[in-house]
Design a protein around this ligand. Structure first.
Ligand SMILES: NC(=O)c1ccc[n+]([C@@H]2O[C@H](COP(=O)([O-])OP(=O)(O)OC[C@H]3O[C@@H](n4cnc5c(N)ncnc54)[C@H](OP(=O)(O)O)[C@@H]3O)[C@@H](O)[C@H]2O)c1
Length: 296
């Protein structure tokens, strides 16, 4: 049996970042604008610190300005909103991202909606959610599903009439992913923890996107031969020697025997997320300065 193509998200993200870097240089030279991304981190969660550090590093590498604001875990909602309001007004900042999760004392939805929609590079603001749902192209699209979509289209080309299943219905991955697939004329099934016979639903799909957070839930026999499988899941699994490895939602070994193409974990969807964040920052800077958004 043929083995599926492994979709190299790391290499793809690198290519994408090079194109964004080139467009950022043009933006600077032609329009005297340097895209700026502000990231706010509350508290000292180690995983969040790593994400924020990586985002900052890649923002600078792309020729953009990176602004990091570290606030203590005791920060009040009022203080955080005051910071966001200040950044909303700052003309050198085109994108604002508040690293999630937030401390329990702060309401996530209130914070997300305090960010000016045109600076909401995560695409989580209710205005941007509405723009995606109503196919308005000037909104910000969440980075992870956007990255998945780029990989799917690069692998499959025209998606019209394809049957896609999205497993997981979160606001940050599952729901926007389904909207993007619908926009490409797919017939979309949305599955979640209450879905009856997930296996049978999956077996009908030409495209499977899994964003669940359960290690290897998607098995080889769930997959229609020739389907494209995108694994968003990131699960930290402890090995017998006490060390940890990252594992996806998809049983790679089994699925690779049936699928046409599959993303690995790590090295699949993950690297595309930051690349798309940089793409959104460039798009935001263009829109805020009346510059046509370049194709990247
Ligand atoms: N690669 C990246 O850059 C990236 C970015 C974001 C997230 N992730 C990863 O993607 C995964 C999902 O993230 P998320 O934020 O979307 O998670 P989430 O908010 O926890 O949502 C998980 C979804 O999976 C569904 N689900 C849970 N158990 C299920 C089961 N047994 N069968 C079917 N559906 C099930 C849940 O259904 P209900 O709604 O019914 O509860 C929910 O809709 C996580 O592993 C996360 O770490 C990766």
């Amino acid at each position: 049996m043929t083995k599926a193509k492994t979709i190299d998200g790391k290499a793809f993200a690198e290519k994408l970042r090079k194109k964004i870097t080139a467009q950022t240089a043009i933006m600077k030279e032609k329009h005297n604008v340097i895209p700026g991304l502000a990231v706010i981190l509350i508290g000292e969660d180690p995983a969040s610190q790593v994400y924020v550090r990586n985002k900052g590093k890649q923002t600078i590498e792309a020729g953009m300005n990176s602004y990091e604001f570290k606030m203590p875990p005791t920060t009040t909602q009022k203080k955080l909103i005051a910071k966001i309001k200040q950044l909303n007004k700052d003309k050198t900042v085109h994108g604002i991202l508040v690293q999630l999760p937030l401390p329990k004392s702060i309401d996530e939805r209130t914070i997300i909606n305090a960010i000016a929609p045109e600076k909401d590079v995560d695409g989580f603001h209710v205005i941007n959610v509405g723009k995606l749902a109503t196919s308005q192209d000037d909104g910000m699209v969440p980075c992870t599903p956007l990255g998945c979509m780029v990989l799917i289209k690069d692998t499959m080309g025209n998606l019209t009439g394809k049957h896609a299943i999205v497993i997981g219905r979160s606001n940050i991955v599952g729901k926007p992913m389904a909207q993007l697939l619908l926009r490409e004329n797919c017939t979309v099934t949305m599955a979640h923890s209450r879905t009856h016979d997930l296996e049978a639903e999956c077996r009908r799909a030409d495209i499977v996107v899994s964003a669940v957070g359960v290690e290897e839930i998607v098995r080889g026999e769930w997959i229609k031969p020739g389907a494209v499988v995108i694994d968003v899941g990131i699960n930290r699994v402890q090995l017998s020697d006490g060390s940890y490895k990252l594992s996806g939602d998809v049983c790679f070994e089994e699925v690779a025997k049936v699928a046409r193409a599959i993303t690995p974990v790590p090295g699949g969807v993950g690297p595309m997320t930051i690349a798309c964040l940089l793409g959104n920052t460039l798009k935001a800077a263009c829109l805020q300065n009346g510059v046509e958004v370049p194709e990247v």
